[in-house]
Design a protein around this ligand. Structure first.
Ligand code: CDP
Length: 218
């Protein structure tokens, strides 16, 4: 589907990407793609394989023969491995959280992910959230948002979700890596939502999207 619309939604951990992304996708009838879950899925299978993760060449060997495929369920596009999608508990586990930002900077891993994420277009219009969607995966889309919130607010949100992870180190790695660091695209609408609910942020994004879509005649 060549003319599909993509809403690119980037931001650091607990900035509200997932919640706002799903809300937007639901309202618009678009498919939602959580690209962090794709990196987490790969990390989980690498951990399971027992390969030495400090050697990028081993990680890339594993990636080449990894039996992963895209699938859609309840309007969510996900990676299934041998036909199975990893559970949220697995993807949010400490092991995965502590390892994902060490594998995500590997250039070959990102090439595979970007190609696979672009391939999601075959499922139609998308809301895709991540770290590099507006800058690297779909830099051509006119619909780009970058969500932020203060460190304190993000830490509080993580705690309220029941996560004990201190995400500061993961955020630091994501923002300072050489390949596709976390940063807003030049033409992204940057929203600091520290002091508003996800619903208010998502409604603002929806109104902004609709107005731009009309303006562009899409
Ligand atoms: O939920 P949270 O925002 O904490 O993280 P996530 O979106 O599940 O992403 C997990 C990790 O995957 C990030 O910390 C990045 O290292 C990596 N990632 C990335 O490099 N590029 C993306 N487009 C999405 C995630």
């Amino acid at each position: 589907m060549k003319d599909a619309i993509v809403i690119a939604l980037d931001g650091p951990s607990a900035s509200g990407k997932g919640t706002c992304g799903r809300y937007l996708a639901g309202k618009l009838g678009f498919r939602h793609v959580d690209t962090g879950a794709m990196y987490r899925t790969f990390t989980w299978y690498c951990l399971q394989s027992g390969i030495d993760l400090s050697h990028p060449a081993r990680v890339l060997d594993f990636l080449r023969q990894w039996p992963a495929e895209l699938e859609v369920s309840s309007d969510e596009v996900r990676l299934a491995v041998n036909g199975k999608v990893a559970s949220p508990e697995i993807l949010r586990s400490d092991d995965v959280a502590n390892t994902v930002a060490k594998l995500s900077p590997i250039a070959g891993v990102r090439v595979w992910m970007v190609r696979t994420q672009r391939d999601c277009l075959r499922f139609g219009n998308l809301v895709m959230d991540g770290r590099d969607i507006g800058t690297h995966v779909f830099p051509e889309t006119p619909f780009k948002f970058f969500l932020t919130a203060s460190d304190e607010v993000r830490a509080r949100r993580r705690k309220a979700e029941g996560s004990a992870e201190n995400t500061a180190e993961r955020d630091r790695r994501d923002s300072t890596r050489k390949v596709a660091p976390l940063e807003p695209a030049r033409d992204a609408v940057v929203i600091d939502n520290s002091h508003e609910s996800a619903a208010v942020t998502a409604e603002f994004m929806l109104a902004h999207f609709e107005s731009k879509r009309r303006q562009l005649g899409l």
